[in-house]
Design a protein around this ligand. Structure first.
Ligand code: ZN
Length: 197
């Protein structure tokens, strides 16, 4: 133990994915010896983000306000609604810059073995939104994992009486792939080459 406060910092840094004891110690030492002002800025950014970032009331992605910038943007096409598993998927698709519709974040995928059922996702909210605000096309951009496919089929069944055109992103992307790990070109192609489910 170096000091009690140092140990506490190391312990908290280990919350980050892929950060073990040694990496956390290296990070803490780096901040203390070379980057104190940046360390304070980091602490402040974390404080603000953890307290103030909320779930968008409309799409369930992250937002600083009740409704996120994408949902508020008048230039986006209300006729296209893209359903994804997580906010990370929204970011991945946005980085391809090829999609100008709206999003809806499910909050995960169906996985009965892990105890994740339809009630645990925002599926009811999605169907409710489709009833109130019809779209021309519902794009199912859940992952190509077995769970992602199952989720897409489940939503397709639940939504088919409310929307005439339901499409699935192209399956040329590797099976078992999570959207957020795809390169932009592959994801952009998959979005363009979607097909009826
Ligand atoms: Zn939103």
């Amino acid at each position: 133990m170096l000091t009690q406060k140092f140990d506490t910092l190391v312990k908290q840094l280990r919350v980050l994915p892929g950060v073990g004891q040694k990496t956390a110690q290296r990070m803490a030492l780096h901040l203390l010896t070379q980057k104190r002002p940046q360390g304070i800025a980091l602490a402040q950014a974390l404080d603000v983000a953890m307290h103030d970032i909320i779930e968008c009331r409309r799409c369930h992605s992250f937002s600083d306000d009740e409704v996120c910038p994408i949902c508020q943007d008048p230039r986006r096409d209300d006729a296209l609604l893209c359903v994804v598993e997580t906010a990370a998927d929204v970011m991945a698709i946005e980085q391809t810059a090829g999609f100008r519709g709206r999003y809806f974040v499910l909050g995960g995928h169906l996985s009965p073995l892990d105890g994740i059922n339809a009630d645990d996702l925002n599926i009811d909210q999605l169907i409710g939104r489709l009833k109130q605000e019809p779209v021309e096309e519902l794009i199912l951009a859940t992952g190509t994992t077995v769970e992602g496919q199952t989720t897409a089929h489940f939503i397709s069944e639940a939504a088919k009486s409310h929307v005439s055109k339901i499409t699935r992103i192209a399956q040329g992307i590797p099976m078992g792939g999570e959207l957020e790990y795809l390169d932009s070109m592959t994801l952009s192609q998959a979005m363009q080459n979607r097909s009826f489910i």
